[in-house]
Ligand binder design. Structure first.
Ligand code: NAD
Length: 363
């Protein structure tokens, strides 16, 4: 742990900001990409993940292997384990925590509500307790979500918009997370930056997300279910490419003010910030399917149905002025370009054989 978490730059590595970062959810989609990017620029990184079974655990293990080959060690553990966290903070003087561990997914919350409370509320509190007691206190950057805007029809959403109508329990736990982190900021002086991600996609992505399972279904000749909103309005998402999100996360870490010294009550000693990280160009789901058809050179079998009341919102659209101004955040990847990169990764990872329409691995 000491070696990979050293804030000193390894010889020959790119210039980093000299951070020592604990990445929670490091075997997850965004966590793995951020851990690699931090390591590549020479920052110290230690990950933690409980490898929950929400989606294919073998994909998480493959991400962990990739991280291992780049010198990032991922502790197999749960953020609810306060003793484990205390030990980690004792061994490594983390300057920053990038908190990405969560029970993700909107629809899964209908059948598994308690897993959201456990990871996104109790787990967050457990982590913040360890951060507040650590010496030095790390600056915390964490993933909130565009879902906090809920059934808000005043798009594009800016950070000042109302967040009082969450459409799912997932969204409610992210909104709770914003209130909880704000409390730790003003009572204990923890530096907090919340990032509201908008539908992140890309290589090593999440199999539960539409672009991912649409790709699988199109290649296997299975129907693709496209939900349509009320009054026949197409559902739209502000799809944001993973590399843009990673740049936003690293900029948030680099600009997060650190509070001075461990523990104690330091009212108002550190900043509390919230930023949208989106792409500012929503795309409808039917248009997403058309782009995938072009990338895959296969026609989809579309099955259009009314959107069930399962926690999904009709559209998302980010206003990113604040992140642009304060973080220098500027997404550069169009959905067409990002999907090409995703499809290239997908075909090689799953070993797809166009001749037989079969997959060598995992599927
Ligand atoms: P992910 O599911 O791939 O990654 C989350 C990781 O956290 C998983 O590997 C999981 O095993 C781990 N984890 C969950 N509970 C844990 C616990 N109690 N202890 C330790 N590890 C735990 O999801 P992701 O897409 O990488 O999302 C990262 C973060 O960004 C999450 O907080 C998510 O809510 C948020 N977010 C993601 C998106 C998106 O489009 N991907 C959009 C908005 C917000």
């Amino acid at each position: 742990i000491r070696a990979s978490a050293s804030p000193r730059r390894p010889p020959g590595s790119a210039e980093g900001a000299g951070l020592s970062v604990l990445v929670t959810g490091a075997a997850g989609f965004v966590g793995a990409h951020c851990s690699l990017a931090l390591r590549k620029r020479g920052d110290g990184v230690v990950g933690i993940d409980n490898y929950n079974s929400y989606y294919d655990p073998s994909l998480k293990k493959a991400r962990r292997a990739l991280l291992g080959s780049h010198g990032v060690f991922v502790v197999d553990g749960d953020i609810n384990d306060g003793r484990l966290l205390a030990k980690l903070f004792d061994v490594v003087p983390f300057t920053h925590v990038l908190h990405l561990a969560a029970q993700a997914g909107v629809r899964y919350a209908m059948e598994n509500p308690s897993s959201y409370v456990r990871s996104n509320v109790a787990g967050l509190v457990s982590l913040l307790e360890s951060c507040k007691d650590a010496d030095p206190q790390p600056a915390v950057v964490w993933a909130s979500s565009s879902s906090v805007y809920g059934l808000n029809d005043a798009a594009p959403f800016s950070e000042a918009h109302r967040t009082d109508k969450p459409a799912s329990l997932y969204a409610a736990t992210k909104k709770a997370g914003e209130a909880i982190t704000h409390t730790y900021n003003h009572i204990y002086g923890l530096s907090i930056t919340g990032l509201r991600f908008f539908t992140v996609y890309g290589p090593w992505g999440r199999p539960d997300m539409a672009y991912f399972f649409f790709t699988r279904n199109i290649l296997q000749g299975k129907p693709v279910t496209v939900y349509r909103g009320r009054d026949h309005v197409d559902i739209a998402r502000d799809f944001t490419y993973i590399d843009d999100i990673v740049r936003g996360c690293l900029a948030a870490l680099d600009t997060a003010g650190r509070s001075t010294g461990g523990g104690g009550r330091k009212r108002g000693a550190a900043p509390y910030r919230i930023f949208n990280l989106g792409n500012t160009s929503p795309v409808t789901v039917p248009a997403l399917v058309t782009m995938l058809e072009r990338c895959l050179m296969v026609k989809a079998r579309r099955h259009v149905v009314e959107m069930p009341g399962n926690g999904d919102v009709p559209f998302t659209h980010a206003n990113i002025s604040l992140a642009r101004e304060q973080l220098g955040y500027k997404p550069t990847t169009s959905l067409e370009m990002g999907l090409k990169k995703f499809v290239r990764w997908y075909l090689s990872y799953y070993g797809y054989n166009r001749g037989t329409h079969s997959f060598r691995n995992h599927l």
